[in-house]
Design a protein around this ligand. Structure first.
Ligand code: NAD
Length: 348
């Protein structure tokens, strides 16, 4: 398949592009290379003839339209977004531009292409990749299903909710074969060092304090990124246009328990020079405003309809992740030093 992937230099996108190419697909990787995009995350694919990298901004409707018309994708998998909740609180404007206006541009370009290209009309799919944060917060019980009412709280979640509505509207109004997926928190290789799991590992390695919001009681459902990517491929291939699929890891953890588990793994895999436990580095900081208490996904639909379920549990997934950050220090050191932003290259 010819697959147009947006955000393929980001965390999930780079893992997805690698999977698609391993499976023999041809990918055009469309990415603006914001602070969160990193060409080094796909440097192993640089000379692969099935990987074409285009630096482009979703907010530039002309570029989006022309790139799609030229590449002639069978599928579009839309991951590009501003994705960090804390940044959305400090500066929501770019979230509105990329997540809402950018998605609108992409849907419009996809519609024109799909309406005018008979050869791919029946196979064409537009997969809009979204988050469980659109559903708001749960109390101690309950799970988010595909029918849960939207109730976003942060500017990030509100912008993603808005883009989900646009994607569904382009299906319902114009018949564009759109599928929406809403996934829980991801972790694994190539995650930007500002997100919780890499923060913990890197703070351990750098002998710095490990900050936890509030009392660490917020609960998230953690999914290994490669499991998410396999779910996305299965959805775009076998899912039904107009449908939504929730994706989750069935792996709920309080932040404090997550951080303690990672510290214990680090004690085993990379002990501190003084022999003390890494948990000594934990410190509690003021809570994030509007911090949702609990997210948890009911992933019954994707399991029953498409036969997908995660391959990694928290033991294997966390171990793989810690090992990856230990083995790939040049990747994250280059981010922490800012060097990765100086290494942007022209369109390839
Ligand atoms: P990320 O921040 O790591 O990567 C986003 C990528 O999009 C970057 O490479 C960035 O350069 C690119 N980008 C940003 N603005 C752009 C623009 N205007 N034009 C083109 N490219 C642009 O994000 P991620 O964690 O990989 O998330 C990918 C998608 O999955 C997002 O849509 C996010 O909402 C969704 N999601 C993420 C998680 C998670 O836990 N990370 C969970 C569920 C859903």
């Amino acid at each position: 398949m010819q697959i147009f992937v947006t955000g393929g230099a980001g965390f999930i996108g780079s893992n997805l592009v690698r999977l698609l190419i391993e499976q023999g697909h041809s990918v055009l990787n469309f990415d603006k290379l914001t602070y969160a995009g990193n060409r080094n995350s796909v440097s192993d694919l640089e000379s692969n003839p099935n990987h074409r990298f285009v630096i482009g901004d979703l907010c530039d409707a002309d570029v989006v339209g022309k790139t799609i018309e030229q590449f002639k994708p069978t599928w579009i998998m839309h991951l590009a977004a501003e994705s960090h909740v804390d940044r959305s609180i400090d500066g929501p404007s770019q979230f509105i531009q990329t997540n809402i206006v950018g998605t609108f541009n992409l849907l419009n370009a996809a519609k024109s292409y799909w309406q005018s290209t008979e050869s791919v009309r029946h196979q064409f799919r537009f997969l809009h990749v979204s988050t469980d944060e659109v559903y708001g917060s749960l109390g101690a019980d309950g799970l988010f299903s595909e029918e849960t009412r939207y109730d976003p709280h942060s500017p990030y979640a509100a912008s993603k909710a808005s883009s989900d509505h646009l994607a569904r509207a382009w299906h319902d109004t114009y018949g564009l074969p759109v599928i929406v997926s809403n996934c829980s928190n991801n972790y694994g290789p190539y995650q930007f060092p500002e997100k919780l799991i890499p923060v913990v590992i890197l703070k351990c390695l750098r002998n710095e304090t490990i900050p936890i919001y509030g009392k660490g009681e917020n609960v998230r459902d953690w999914l290994f990124v490669q499991d998410h990517c396999e779910a996305l491929l299965q959805i775009v291939r076998d899912g039904h246009p107009g449908e939504t699929y929730n994706i989750g890891g069935n792996n709920e953890l309080r932040n404090i328990d997550l951080v303690n588990s990672l510290c214990e793994l680090m004690d085993e895999m990379h002990p501190r020079a003084d022999g003390k436990p890494y948990a000594d580095q934990i410190t509690f900081v003021s809570d994030r405003p509007g911090h949702d208490l609990r997210y948890a996904i009911d992933a019954t639909k994707i399991k029953e309809k498409l036969g997908w379920q995660p391959k990694q549990d928290r033991v294997s997934g966390f171990r793989k992740t810690v090992q990856w950050y230990l083995d790939n220090q040049s990747w994250w050191k280059n981010i922490l030093s800012g060097g990765y932003q100086l290494e942007r290259q022209g369109n390839g």
